[in-house]
Ligand binder design. Structure first.
Ligand SMILES: Nc1ncnc2c1ncn2[C@@H]1O[C@H](COP(=O)(O)OP(=O)(O)OP(=O)(O)O)[C@@H](O)[C@H]1O
Length: 258
């Protein structure tokens, strides 16, 4: 069970600061969705939390500064699935997902039955079983995306950072993925941070939303508090109505202009 705390995080690229003073606390087993318009700093936040970008401020996993953990321990504490990953094209789906188990392998580096069972479960649940022996280069965009997420989920880390996990997935596969993430959260206490463009889906799965605008926190709280027409008009320059689903979560419906 791993709490994630981000304190006053400032990060950016060579000539520009893309994130300024962002703080968030996600309890063990919590789900934070980072939302915001294009270029607002969502991916930058995830990369900084994952330790892939120089930053100021603190990232604490289970109360421990992440930068103090060694490579292998860090991979057990935190998994990160990027928006545009670099993939070894020759690897099969199974071998690629198995890479997620690397931080758990023993001294000989051989995977055991438990590792293979985790991989099989993930492959099955992400509807990749029929593609398990296919090289990554021969997959469609959505299939490849599912393999990338499969590797992160197979890592079974305490914290899971997923950057736009549903991009390119059809509705059924997107739901299967998010349901599997939700299962890990409930059964293993995995702490989840996703960036998501689909606000309705964010509200359905996450218990808190963090809205970024120009690299700063514009709103933070339960979905119904953040997803108001006033907030969405101000930060997305969008015309929307906010409906309510039968389970009480907000549904964001776009309204056509002119
Ligand atoms: N490698 C980079 N070098 C320089 N600037 C970058 C780089 N990557 C992103 N940026 C800039 O940093 C800012 C935040 O980008 P970021 O990718 O975090 O946005 P985002 O909210 O994830 O956007 P999107 O919704 O379009 O994916 C943007 O102004 C972007 O142009």
């Amino acid at each position: 069970m791993t709490e994630l705390r981000v304190r006053d995080l400032t990060a950016g690229y060579r000539r520009r600061t893309a994130l300024t003073g962002v703080s968030a606390q996600v309890p063990a087993g919590g789900w934070l969705a980072v939302i915001g318009p294009n270029g607002s700093g969502k991916s930058t936040l995830l990369k900084a939390v994952a330790g892939l970008l120089p930053h100021r401020g603190d990232v604490l996993v289970g109360g421990r500064p992440l930068h103090r953990a060694g490579r292998r321990e860090r991979a057990r504490l935190l998994a990160y699935s990027p928006q545009t990953p670099q993939l070894p094209p020759g690897l099969t789906v199974t071998d690629y997902v198995l890479l997620g188990r690397t931080p758990h392998l023993g001294l000989l580096g051989r995977e055991g039955r438990g590792d293979l069972a985790v991989v099989e479960h993930v492959v099955e649940r992400l509807d990749l079983a029929g593609l398990a022996r296919r090289p990554l280069a021969e997959l469609s965009g959505g299939e490849r995306q599912r393999a990338v997420l499969g590797r992160a989920l197979a890592q079974r880390s305490g914290v899971l950072l997923l950057d736009e996990p549903t991009t390119g997935l059809d509705l059924g596969h997107a739901q299967a993925l998010l349901d599997l993430v939700d299962e890990l959260r409930r059964e293993l206490g995995t702490t989840v941070v996703t960036t998501l463009h689909d606000l309705t889906i964010s509200a359905q799965y996450a218990d808190r939303l963090l809205l970024l605008a120009d690299g700063r926190t514009a709103a933070h709280g339960p979905p119904a508090d953040v997803l108001t027409p006033a907030v969405l008009t101000e930060h997305y320059d969008a015309r929307v109505v906010v409906l309510t689903a039968p389970d009480g979560t907000p549904v964001i419906a776009p309204v056509r202009g002119g």
